[in-house]
Design a protein around this ligand. Structure first.
Ligand SMILES: [Zn+2]
Length: 284
């Protein structure tokens, strides 16, 4: 099981999904083009999380497994037995022998659409960006980090985790900067950039990503270090450049100490795997 998880992480994390098929009836389905962000393992459950917060949980039977096949490779099990097929990076990652399969949005109070009115949809060209700027400036929790607030769907809709990391880098903002420290101009810059991406005026294609998925690599702007950690209530992965994302470093939120920063030279997937292993060992 642990070996499965490690191999799955290496195959999937940070990759854009190109195919999704399932024999299960799901209420919500992961969207093609979304980036696979995390893989969590607990007992016999494997949970895959996409960058828009959608999670797919498979509870495996004793002989059940997720298997990885290269495109064109002959499968070692019959396709008709497959329950989920995820395509990414010229691989098919396939689930066999799950007793339960379900998909849902990761529960986070501030991202839950039923709890509070949703903010403007940035992808809508008719949306007034000044409204989003006002919502940032008047955010109800002034000590909250800008990294968290960008994912709050009540402020504005449409920013996924990949875009969050890239936007913060583009604006040179420290991810832990308190939202109340941002100026009007900085809020407008963030919102305009986000809207530009979501409206298709320019793209953040995988090859062009500045920080997301680039842990331990050099920043293209300052040649500093790109790091990764977990952050916020939903514990989403966050990539940032420690050397040039320094705006408002002096007013970062004190409650957000980096706890899970992966050491340099360690692949994030490996780091997450080791974290899970430590948890499993503790619970034995
Ligand atoms: Zn940098």
């Amino acid at each position: 099981m642990q070996h499965d998880a490690s191999a799955l992480r290496t195959a999937l994390i940070g990759q854009k999904m190109t195919r999704f098929e399932t024999s299960a009836s799901l209420i919500v389905k992961p969207k093609i083009g979304r980036t696979i962000e995390e893989l969590r393992v607990e007992n016999r459950c494997i949970e895959i999380v996409w960058d828009d917060g959608l999670a797919l949980k498979t509870k495996m039977k004793v002989r059940g497994s997720w298997r990885i096949f290269h495109d064109g490779e002959k499968w070692t099990k019959a396709k008709k037995l497959s329950q989920v097929i995820i395509g990414a990076n010229e691989l098919s990652v396939v689930c066999f022998g799950a007793s339960e399969i379900e998909a849902y949005h990761d529960f986070d109070l501030r991202r839950h659409p039923m709890l509070g009115r949703l903010g403007p949809d940035l992808a809508d060209p008719l949306v007034d960006l000044n409204d989003c700027v006002d919502r940032l400036l008047n955010y109800e929790y002034p000590d909250e980090t800008i990294a968290e607030v960008l994912l709050d769907q009540r402020v504005m809709r449409g920013i996924g985790n990949v875009h969050r990391c890239e936007l913060l880098w583009a604006c040179e903002l420290h991810p832990w900067a308190k939202v109340s420290a941002l100026t009007v101009e900085e809020c407008l810059e963030l919102v305009s950039l986000a809207a530009g991406v979501l409206r298709g005026n320019f793209s953040l294609a995988s090859a062009e990503l500045a920080v997301y998925g680039r842990h331990g690599k050099l920043c293209s702007r300052c040649s500093g270090q790109v790091r990764v950690t977990h952050h916020g209530e939903a514990n989403r992965v966050l990539y940032w450049c420690v050397d040039c994302q320094t705006r408002h470093t002096d007013v970062t939120s004190q409650g957000n100490v980096i706890k899970h920063d992966a050491p340099l030279g360690v692949h994030p997937a490996e780091h997450l795997y080791l974290s899970d292993l430590a948890k499993v060992r503790k619970s034995v």
